[in-house]
Design a protein. Structure first.
Length: 568
């Protein structure tokens, strides 16, 4: 057993950038970090003016990014004379998802082939690409008819964000790329394969997290959807099974060791273990200390909610909850995934497009002013009510074609009142998710929050506590996804090689909370309970086909609540 300090890298590949975190596995110290902004497209996203639903990324950005963030972090770490790069024992990776990439048979992205260099379909299909809406709809309809069990684990509706929708869309819009690819590979599987030097797509170890959530992989039906189902969608689609996989792995397992070429370039040992990749939210939940009874909310441009439940206990399928997968977060536990398609993105849209310069000249100044002014308002005082669907609804309606709404504005409405209403809308959306999960027998004792919104926006956290009526804890680390990736890689390495014996041991070393906790305000909670009733009316009327009733009272009720709030 090694007696000197050992270190692990966590690499977090987000929507607009990637970052590294180098952590001391004995002390828990976060030694170094580095960020690489994707240079391609607009904030790393490549779009098409002919189709607003397209969102792609350049795989070269991932390749350049992984090298840059490791090298830069090592430079920082070397400022400490006690650090030696040979003490780095492992690298873990998390990414967005579903973000699959067409690779050739040698594991090279097709977009790096000169033949396809200007072909948008050869790029990575980013999670927020919704160009396959019709394909997702047909997958849902077909599964409902002949394979309803496929949908039971993903909330009853298959999404255009997910693997099969995108693969089917690719096969229809670009047969040349589809036929040329060796496989369609999730980003979280591609990066470990690149780092370990794998040159055969069939040798890539696929993530249980990615496969179970987005590719409908489940041992109950022996893996991926069967050829009969795929043929029912498209006679050619079942051919893709020959390009895919039959086995998956949990994220505490090894994908291999760092290849010789990259070891030399990065200045690391070839013995460095690369763990199986996974999606960012699931890894971030591990880095946040998740356990049964805890919901971890990863709060950023969108929000993902993660819960785990022991496999030893029965768990019902939960309608509208997009992922229930064995081992997607921790081995021997069901991972339950939910979330909102836009949270931080809603606030950014508002500030960048609608907030006047009188609130500040820069984006930062505007956010500071908005939070200060909005914090002076009481619940209901704005007279406004919003729906948090500016990028569709991920849970519990699972409908990408829903849009946002702000109701109740008058000629006296101010920007900070709208800002508070937008925060409240995202909190109401979060409460709707929690209610659905608890209605199906999952007990939630506490909410643990991480991500930029949780650490920077105290007003938002307090509003969430008041509306959800549970304390809001905030994780100490600013990099919980990267921290979770590092932790999992240390488990994959093993205690005998300087890593951890288990995830529990790793969490004891690395996971902690900030001193501040946001406690529910009972008086605010009473007021929000009334407003939530109106929110649910809007939610059900616009979001469900079966709803029947009247919206006649909503505006008038908001005015009554506003008047009562102003009068104290």
């Amino acid at each position: 057993m090694k007696t000197q300090d050992t270190y692990a890298f966590g690499l977090d590949f987000g929507t607009n950038s990637c970052r590294s975190l180098l952590v001391n596995l004995q002390t828990g110290e976060e030694v170094a970090t580095s960020v690489f902004e994707y240079p391609s497209g607009d904030l790393g996203i490549i779009v098409d003016s002919k189709d607003v639903h397209i969102a792609r990324q350049n795989p070269q950005d991932y390749i350049d990014g992984v090298k840059r963030i490791i090298k830069d972090a090592l430079v920082q770490a070397h400022s400490n004379d006690k650090f030696d790069a040979n003490q780095v024992i492992s690298i873990g990776i998390d990414t967005t998802g579903s973000t699959p990439i067409p690779l050739d048979e040698l594991c090279v992205p097709l977009s790096l082939n000169s033949k396809f260099s200007n072909n948008i379909n050869a790029l990575a299909w980013l999670w927020k690409d919704h160009s396959s809406i019709e394909e997702a709809k047909t997958i849902t309809e077909t599964a409902n008819k002949i394979r309803p069990e496929y949908l039971n684990k993903c909330g009853g509706t298959y999404s255009s964000e997910w693997f099969w929708s995108k693969l089917w869309r690719l096969s229809k819009v670009d047969t040349e790329v589809y036929n040329a690819m060796g496989s369609f590979v999730e980003l979280c599987d591609y990066l470990p394969a690149m780092l370990t030097g794998i040159k055969d797509t069939k040798a890539i170890k696929r993530s249980q997290c990615a496969a179970g959530h987005k590719a409908m992989f489940n041992k109950q039906w022996n893996g991926l959807p069967d050829s009969e189902f795929l043929n029912a969608l498209d006679n050619n689609l079942s051919d893709s099974l020959n390009k895919l996989y039959t086995e998956t792995y949990t994220s505490d397992q090894s994908a291999g060791t760092l290849c010789n070429e990259l070891a030399k370039e990065l200045g690391l040992s070839e013995d460095v273990v690369i763990s199986i990749g996974a999606f960012d939210a699931h890894v971030g939940a591990v880095g946040s200390g998740i356990r049964p009874g805890t919901m971890v909310k990863i709060m950023g441009t969108s929000t993902c909610d993660i819960i785990i439940s022991p496999e030893s206990q029965p768990l019902k399928d939960i309608p509208g909850v997009c992922g229930i997968v064995e081992g997607s977060v921790r081995p021997d536990h069901y991972g339950i995934e939910a979330g909102q398609s836009a949270v931080g993105d809603i606030f950014l849209w508002f500030v960048n497009n609608l907030v006047p310069d009188s609130y500040g000249k820069t984006q930062t100044e505007k956010f500071i002013y908005l939070e200060k002014a909005a914090s002076k308002l009481k619940p209901g005082e704005s007279g406004l009510l919003a729906l948090d669907w500016s990028n569709g609804n991920r849970t519990v309606l699972v409908d990408t074609q829903l849009t946002g709404l702000i109701l109740g504005q008058t000629l006296q409405t101010k920007a900070h009142e709208i800002y508070r209403a937008l925060i409240e809308a995202t909190a109401f959306g979060a409460l709707t998710i929690i209610n659905r999960i608890e209605d199906y027998g999952v007990t939630l004792e506490q909410i643990v929050n991480c991500g930029g919104l949780a650490t920077k926006n105290g007003l938002l956290m307090q509003i969430y506590a008041d509306i959800i009526n549970k304390p809001m804890l905030v994780v100490k680390s600013d990099q919980t996804c990267a921290l979770g990736a590092a932790l999992l890689s240390a488990v994959a390495t093993g205690k005998e090689n300087g890593g951890y014996e288990s995830i529990d041991e790793g969490q004891k070393h690395l996971c902690s909370f900030r001193d501040i906790a946001y406690e529910p305000n009972s008086e605010n909670g009473k007021q929000y309970k009334d407003i939530y009733t109106l929110y649910k009316k809007l939610h059900d009327s616009f979001g469900t086909a079966e709803w029947s009733g009247s919206l006649y009272d909503v505006m008038k009720s908001l005015l009554k609540i506003q008047q009562a709030s102003k009068q104290g």
